[in-house]
Design a protein around this ligand. Structure first.
Ligand code: GUN
Ligand code: ZN
Length: 444
């Protein structure tokens, strides 16, 4: 029997949202009651935070006068998608033809990132990137800027204007890149320290120490990254590891005394909670054990890994070792801002690896699983009481094909699977951040 409310008053509700709701309490691969689905639900908010998720029919007539009601009946609402790895400066070089990682960096990425020496350019791309996030229902991202400090200011300012939750940092790289993009080792430390002071834990913004990857960082620079982390214990660290076999061989030449690529980072104290490593494809058992023990997270970047021909990420191996994994677009090696399209490719990567990615696990990777990877699950990732009310409003019949396919579905799982295989930004009807609607899809 559902509980009939005593009464909602202005102290307990200022906004209510009606729709179907789906969110995760835990990992659906590990627990049978990980999922909560409310067919006709009402999400009650106060000051941008979740107060309750209840049955609409019981509560709709008990809303206090003056509270805002968003009626999205017919749509499915999930927690805002969380992208655990991307590069905002690479937005306009997305889908650049024909190369694998190291040549792709040289030919497309570095020239594109050079343009971020201009603050006006950085501002313009940062604005566009945040708009793409909202258009795709993504409300939290972990983002690389470029080596230019101003590029970090640009993305934090753009995110703050929309109240988005962001993890971001200045790229540190002092070798094996064009001179115009190499920073001075000491200066990169100082600039990062200044940015930490300016941005870390301001509102919903978090700073990540961001060494690009071991080939572009001298041992001295990696050492200074470790120093920054020890000086500010609640910082993030983000980098790349074991993405491409040529890259792995190069790292072995550059760091002959390290047991593995991951071990390079480990030796400089760069593994631990709030460390997020993109790709993690060419790892061995010892690496995976170390990832698990340290509490570091893997960013699973399926569209990027397929696009650059890097290899197949093993979600199964990560699962066996109980490693935190979050979904990631990795724009602009990744080919879509849509977490739905990213799940589409994630499913195919798992198929090629001989195991299946269930639709429930898939959406967990894009919401609560990603929040856990970023150690933000006490604030975002589901609709538990007190959480920040970031959510995406999805129309599962946004296209004629989806409409037709949905007529044939006979379970929630089936509908979710069709959504992740066929859906994209056309399904995103609205995106709310801290309860406020920041995006509404224009109807044609
Ligand atoms: N490794 C170092 N830099 C990058 C980058 O910008 N993108 C990807 N996919 N891998 C990297
Ligand atoms: Zn990346």
């Amino acid at each position: 029997m559902s509980v009939i409310p005593t009464l909602l008053d202005n102290d307990s509700c200022d906004t209510a949202i009606r729709a179907s709701f789906l969110h995760f309490k835990s990992d659906p691969d590990l627990s049978d009651d990980a999922v909560e689905y409310v067919e006709d639900g009402l999400l009650i908010l106060k000051q941008g935070r979740v107060r309750q998720l209840v049955n609409a029919l019981d509560w709709i007539n008990h809303l206090p006068d003056g509270s805002a009601l968003y009626d999205y009946s017919g749509c499915l609402i999930m927690p805002g998608f969380i992208d655990t790895h991307s590069h905002y400066p690479q937005t306009e070089m997305i889908a650049s033809y024909g190369l694998q990682l190291l040549d792709w960096l040289k030919q497309y990425t570095f020239p594109t990132e050079e343009k971020f020496a201009q603050r006006a350019h950085a501002d313009q791309v940062a604005e566009f990137f945040c708009e793409q996030m909202l258009r795709n229902g993504t409300t939290t991202s972990a983002v690389f800027a470029t080596v230019h400090s101003e590029s970090v200011d640009a993305i934090f300012e753009a995110a703050a204007r929309r109240d988005l939750c962001l993890v971001a940092g200045k790229v540190m790289m002092d070798r094996n890149a064009p001179a115009s993009l190499c920073d001075d080792t000491q200066q990169s430390y100082q600039q990062s320290a200044d940015l930490i002071h300016r941005w870390h834990l301001h509102g919903r913004l978090h700073y990540a120490v961001t060494p690009r990857f071991a080939p572009c960082c001298s041992p001295e620079q990696l050492e200074l990254c470790g120093q920054l982390l020890s000086e500010h214990p609640d910082l993030y660290l983000q980098s790349h590891v074991a993405e491409n076999l040529d890259e792995v061989r190069w790292v072995a030449e550059l760091f002959p005394h390290s047991r593995s690529y991951l071990d390079v980072y480990d030796q400089f104290g760069l593994l631990g909670p709030r460390a997020v490593y993109a790709h993690c494809i060419h790892l061995d058992e010892a690496d995976r054990e170390r990832m698990a023990d340290s509490g570091a997270a893997m960013a699973f970047c399926p569209t990027s890994n397929l696009f650059l021909g890097s290899g197949l990420f093993s979600l199964d191996a990560a699962r066996e070792h109980d490693i935190r994994v979050g979904l990631a677009t990795d724009v602009g090696a990744g080919t879509s801002f849509s977490q739905l399209q990213t799940l589409n490719e994630a499913y195919k990567v798992c198929q090629l690896s001989g195991h299946s990615l269930s639709p429930l696990k898939a959406f967990h990777l894009a919401t609560l699983g990603a929040a856990e990877s970023l150690y933000l699950d006490h604030r975002i990732g589901n609709f538990d009481v007190g959480k920040e009310a970031d959510f995406v409003v999805l129309d599962l019949e946004a296209t004629p094909l989806m409409h037709r396919r949905m007529q044939q579905t006979d379970s929630l799982e089936d509908r979710l699977f069709a959504l992740m295989m066929l859906g994209d930004d056309r399904c995103v009807q609205a995106t709310h951040v801290m309860g406020k609607r920041q995006y509404l899809r224009e109807r044609i």
